[in-house]
Design a protein around this ligand. Structure first.
Ligand code: GDP
Ligand code: MG
Length: 437
């Protein structure tokens, strides 16, 4: 995986205090592969890497993270920026607002029309769906079934094939009847085809919609760019909806499309069900494309949440070989704050060893472990060597857990203490100076 590969790269960045052109080269190589793997367009990747490199060079390394992790954070921030920065809202300037959905056959237009209708209806809007795929009766049936399911009316004219006229009729009717939004479903072909495009252009000119959204299948991959460019040139799109992100697609198409057209991705489809349309969040998509969301959130959390005072105190104790149950307790609390072992700990400097020492411990048990430690006397916490079976029994009673659990905790504590005697892992963890093994 990318994170494994990056761990190797990070190792090489050990001990560097600023990011330089040479020490980020390897990280960039891996990130380039990750982007291509996520199906981001080749040219887009090349441009992106150049931009990020420029940004990385010369930056100071944040104290509690490693240089490699910081590179990932910079890459992530740049990705978020390129994906639009924030959420792009629909334009509701006119009433009724007309939204036209276009796209290749099978991309998810009809389903998405229903999903969008449901979403807007839940926002309190009165929505009308328009059956603009008139060549196959089954397409009209499909939209009507969807309309019934979500209790949204469908405007269909089964005897006409003049879609522009049908759409204009629908918008006029919607205006008279106080609808807020009209969503126009249209026909698509398997490939871009001039007849199809000309019909869409006619609808666009006749209706003057507020939004013309290209519905694109996330699995389009490298091809997304040419499809998006073509539709954009003909129709002057206002945005995109990326569908089928519930599948394997990593979402690189979002970046490619945004880069070559400048149009925002507004929603994403995450399933066949009609409530599986979500607002597009650039930061979440960046995490998905990089597959490194954990590292990014770690870098953000590390600075904010690791208590530097605690860390310093702990380091002193480790140096003096005086790790006790109070330290263990504050350790558990730090880890809990950082949000769980699996996702976060393995990215912390030295975190893999800690994970090893606490392996098999469900993080949900941390609060019970905490209760056990709190049931120890001050003397027991400060002097672990006092522990014996009668004390364990008393502690178990006091904290309301079986005595086996107290024994386990003592074992875990002792193995951690032994491990720390040898390499001061916790100290390294908290100092943030070292890199993952
Ligand atoms: P259209 O030809 O563009 O109108 O595409 P449809 O709306 O008929 O959808 C084609 C197929 O894709 C249908 O089987 C949909 O259920 C499916 N589909 C649409 N959106 C999504 C999505 O976000 N995720 C998944 N898994 N399937 C989707
Ligand atoms: Mg359809």
């Amino acid at each position: 995986s990318l994170s494994d590969k990056l761990h190797d790269v990070f190792r090489k960045l050990r001990g560097q205090s600023t990011l330089t052109e040479s020490n980020i080269a390897d990280a960039m190589r891996e990130i380039r592969l990750a982007l291509l793997d996520a199906d981001v367009n080749l040219n887009v990747v090349a441009e992106f890497i150049e931009a990020v490199k420029t940004e990385c060079v010369g930056q100071d390394v944040v104290k509690s993270v490693t240089p490699g992790q910081q590179v990932v954070k910079i890459v992530n921030d740049k990705l978020v920026e390129l994906l639009g920065g924030g959420v792009s809202e629909l334009n509701f300037a006119h009433k009724p607002t007309a939204i036209m959905l276009v796209g290749l056959h099978g991309s998810g237009k009809t389903t998405t029309a229903g999903k969008l209708a449901l979403k807007l209806k839940r926002d309190g809007k009165k929505v009308l769906l328009v059956a603009g795929d008139v060549y196959r009766p089954a397409a009209i049936d499909q939209l009507e079934i969807i309309g019934k399911e979500i209790s949204v009316p469908v405007h269909a004219e089964r005897t006409s094939v003049n879609v522009a006229a049908i759409a204009v009729n629908a918008v006029e009717q919607a205006g008279r009847q106080g609808f807020d939004v009209v969503i126009i479903d249209t026909a698509g072909r398997l490939q871009i085809d001039e007849t199809m495009v000309q019909e869409l252009v006619r609808i666009r000119q006749a209706v003057q919609p507020d939004e013309v959204l290209l519905v694109a299948d996330a699995a389009l991959g490298q091809e997304a760019v040419s499809v998006a460019e073509h539709f954009h040139r003909a129709l002057d799109l206002t945005g995109f909806i990326l569908t089928k992100l519930d599948g394997d697609a990593r979402g690189g198409a979002a970046l490619s499309i945004r880069k070559v057209t400048g149009c925002p991705v507004k929603f994403i489809g995450l399933g066949e069900k009609l409530d599986s349309l979500e607002v597009f969040y650039p930061d979440r998509m960046a995490g998905r494309i990089l597959g490194m969301g954990d590292v990014v959130s770690l870098v953000e959390k590390a600075a904010a949440e690791i208590d530097e005072e605690e860390a310093k105190k702990l380091q002193e104790k480790l140096r003096a070989n005086k790790f006790d149950y109070d330290d263990f307790l504050s350790q558990l609390r730090q880890i809990t704050k950082l949000g769980g072992m699996e996702s976060i700990l393995k990215f912390l400097p030295g975190g893999r060893q800690i994970a090893g020492a606490l392996s098999g411990v469900d993080p949900r048990h941390f609060s019970r472990m905490e209760a056990v430690i709190l049931s120890m006397t001050k003397a027991e916490r400060a002097n672990p060597d006092l522990m014996d079976f009668s004390r364990k029994k008393r502690i178990a009673k006091g904290s309301g857990v079986p005595v086996e659990m107290v024994s386990n905790l003592v074992k875990q504590f002792e193995s951690m203490r032994k491990m720390m005697k040898h390499n001061g892992v916790l100290g390294r963890l908290m100092s943030g100076a070292q890199l993952p093994e």
